[in-house]
Ligand binder design. Structure first.
Ligand code: CMP
Length: 143
């Protein structure tokens, strides 16, 4: 079954949005397979965002991600990568539709509350990076 990696960023944690975000994924019908609250090292944040290392915002992005704890999660379900991106909304909150997480809770692209894998292949890579010991093996009858 398809899985995606979702990270609630430091602003989302500090603003008390963890429960709201988890609730949206649960109510949609996706299954929570892994969850860790963690303060990440600079080198780890750089590894997670290595594809963006040439971007002018890379240093600021890394500073943002290491500014406080994040909540890293694995969610599972049919089409969860693409549907998860829809639940999250466009990267730039100014372009995110109301009803999406970023559309409802963010205004700045540099403080956009949440990350979600952009493709099945990147989800596999990100899950392996953040959950090297694997995830919880349980099945839901809703599957
Ligand atoms: P995320 O979904 O985590 O993927 C890459 C992140 O880079 C993105 O969300 C934003 O947090 C950040 N990002 C993308 N474009 C910009 C930008 N122009 N300025 C600042 N941050 C950006």
């Amino acid at each position: 079954m398809e899985q995606t990696f979702i990270m609630i960023k430091p602003d989302g944690v500090q603003r008390g949005l963890v429960g709201e975000i988890i609730s949206r994924f649960e109510k949609k019908g996706f299954i929570l397979k892994g969850l860790r609250m963690v303060g990440v090292e600079r080198s780890f944040a750089e590894k997670h965002y290595e594809d963006l290392s040439s971007k002018p915002f890379f240093t600021g992005l890394v500073e943002y991600i290491i500014s406080g704890p994040v909540v890293a999660m694995v969610w599972e379900g049919k089409g969860v990568v693409a549907t998860g991106r829809k639940i999250i909304g466009a990267t730039n909150p100014a372009a995110s539709e109301p009803g999406t997480i970023r559309g409802d809770f963010a205004v700045e692209i540099g403080r956009n509350v949440i990350h979600g894998s952009d493709a099945v292949e990147s989800a596999k890579k990100e899950i392996a990076l953040w959950f090297p010991d694997g995830v919880v093996d349980w099945q839901s009858s809703l599957h």
